[in-house]
Design a protein around this ligand. Structure first.
Ligand SMILES: *Cc1c(COP(=O)(O)O)cnc(C)c1O
Length: 387
């Protein structure tokens, strides 16, 4: 057992030694040439992971700040937004929109389920004036990945409806509802296509799939989103994406950035390019499978019933009858140096979660499953013969 804990929570994720070292880089002028080159380099590389030809803006904020920037940069008070929510982070996205005065129309699912494209299509048909749809790609609180491509297609299909109604044709535009995506715990780890799937604002955070510490949010905006920006009236200053867009060609950010994280990100993106998207996605798929098969073999149940939507970055597991989640987590940490997460919101005390995104190899999962098996036995759960 090494000193560094096996950090199996869905973010912050472990940071490898070479990236930790990069984070300790001495400060330079954040408006100087060296840092300008670095910003340009990482912003360019991020476009590959988003699969977008649009700029990727880098905010010094956690993922939630990125979500807030998406809302305030595209919407106005009293705009109607459809919130597709399958868990705690879906609720958070909706709460941000509500806080700034949007009229939120909820489309909620039982926690553990994925959203259905058909329901989204129907909700939009009932509310043709919806300005934006808020959707979580990977719901970290429940371990469920939404069929985002299908959902986005359902939203985009509204465009033809808007066009046939006339007013948008007059202006030469066919903009349907904007698709605002929380991709915080999916981007960089599982397949994703911002442009190909027709997504308008995409948000992710440095401490999830990217192997760097918390502190940066990455946000892309489509042309359609920039058109919405021009008319968006929600109050904004620090999180104004237009200010970030205008600073980027100079290799700058509007405010002093979290420079240390940028130094780490530079090395992380180099590492990720070396491994390659294909291999990174395959590794996450196989880690996800390994965790699911492992816990099921112990006789445990996944929160996500339909495994087609089970997340390859985080797994939520129902805590068995008679076992306390807190005792389970504490024992794993104290005796095996393995740190796992509990449940959020209404799932607190009911589930526990294992993170498997970013820096994760088979050995980490083997160690986690072994610790879990022994801990469960210690706490009196009859672990089914696994192998
Ligand atoms: C982690 C996470 C966030 C952002 O959380 P922060 O703590 O603000 O970084 C948002 N959405 C999802 C799905 C997440 O996993």
């Amino acid at each position: 057992m090494s000193d560094t804990p096996n950090l199996r929570i869905p973010g912050p994720t472990p940071v490898p030694p070479d990236i930790l070292e990069a984070v300790a880089h001495p400060m330079v002028n954040h408006r100087g040439r060296e840092f300008a080159a670095l910003i340009s380099r990482v912003a360019e590389r991020l476009k590959d992971w988003f699969q977008t030809s649009n700029d990727v803006l880098i905010l010094s904020a956690s993922g939630t700040g990125g979500l807030e920037s998406a809302v305030v940069s595209t919407l106005s008070p009293r705009d109607r937004v459809l919130s597709v929510s399958i868990g705690a982070f879906g609720e958070r996205f909706a709460a941000i929109a509500d806080t700034y005065g949007a009229e939120v129309i909820p489309l909620q699912y039982e926690w553990g389920q994925a959203a259905r494209a058909e329901d989204v299509r129907q909700a939009l048909a009932e509310h043709p004036d919806v300005k934006a749809v808020l959707v979580t790609h990977n719901e970290t609180s429940t371990g469920v990945t939404n069929p985002l491509e299908e959902i986005a297609r359902a939203i985009r299909s509204q465009e033809s409806g808007v066009r046939s109604q006339g007013p948008s044709r007059a202006s030469g535009r066919t903009d349907g509802p904007l698709v605002l995506v929380d991709a915080v715990s999916s981007l960089g780890a599982i397949p994703f296509e911002a442009d190909g799937w027709g997504l308008d604002v995409v948000v992710t955070g440095s401490q999830k799939g990217w192997m760097v510490p918390p502190g940066l949010a990455f946000v892309s905006m489509s042309e359609r989103a920039w058109r919405a920006y021009e008319n968006a009236k929600m109050p904004r200053f620090y999180l104004d994406l237009g200010r970030h867009r205008d600073a980027l060609p100079k290799g700058q950010t509007p405010w002093t950035p979290a420079m240390s994280i940028f130094f780490g990100l530079d090395v992380a993106l180099e590492r990720m390019a070396e491994e390659g998207a294909e291999r990174i996605f395959t590794r996450h798929a196989s880690m996800g499978r390994m965790v699911r098969e492992g816990v099921k073999a112990f006789g445990l149940e996944l929160l996500c019933q339909d495994e087609r939507y089970a997340s390859d970055t985080v797994t939520a597991i129902k805590c068995p009858e008679g076992v306390e989640v807190s005792a389970l987590r504490n024992t794993m940490e104290d005796e095996y140096n393995v740190v796992i997460a509990g449940g959020q919101g209404k799932l607190q005390g009911k589930i526990f979660r294992i993170g498997h995104l970013g820096l994760v190899e088979e050995e980490d999962i083997r160690e986690t499953l072994a610790a879990l098996e022994q801990t469960l036995a210690k706490l009196g759960f009859a672990v089914r013969a696994a192998r």
